[in-house]
Ligand binder design. Structure first.
Ligand SMILES: O=C(O)C[C@H]1C=CC(=O)O1
Length: 95
């Protein structure tokens, strides 16, 4: 199943820089592992915001929740999830 996931990152100023840098490094590693596995299919920066729009290709709600809730930045993100299905006029093959 495909999901559009929007993540807004809000790391509080009270988190020290080294901790924030470690969280971002771990988040990057995990997101790149999931991208290589094909589960995190697209990752786009929202221009002008510490936010992204992503497309996940996972088995369903439970797997997506498991992935998102284990992200290192999860405690500091506001996340919205939109399930997707293929548009009847789309010519691209869904994967
Ligand atoms: O920077 C972000 O948008 C948050 C998060 C998503 C992937 C990643 O490496 O960090």
């Amino acid at each position: 199943m495909l999901f559009m996931v929007q993540m807004q990152v809000n790391i509080p100023a009270s988190i020290d820089k080294d901790t924030a840098d470690a969280l971002k490094k771990n988040e990057k590693e995990m997101s790149q592992k999931l991208q290589r596995e094909g589960k995190w299919r697209d990752l786009w920066r929202v221009v002008g915001q510490y936010a992204n729009v992503s497309i996940f290709n996972v088995s369903g709600n439970e797997e997506l929740h498991q992935i998102l809730s284990n992200l290192p930045l999860f405690p500091f993100m506001t996340i919205s999830v939109t399930p997707l299905t293929q548009h009847p006029s789309a010519i691209a093959q869904i994967d």
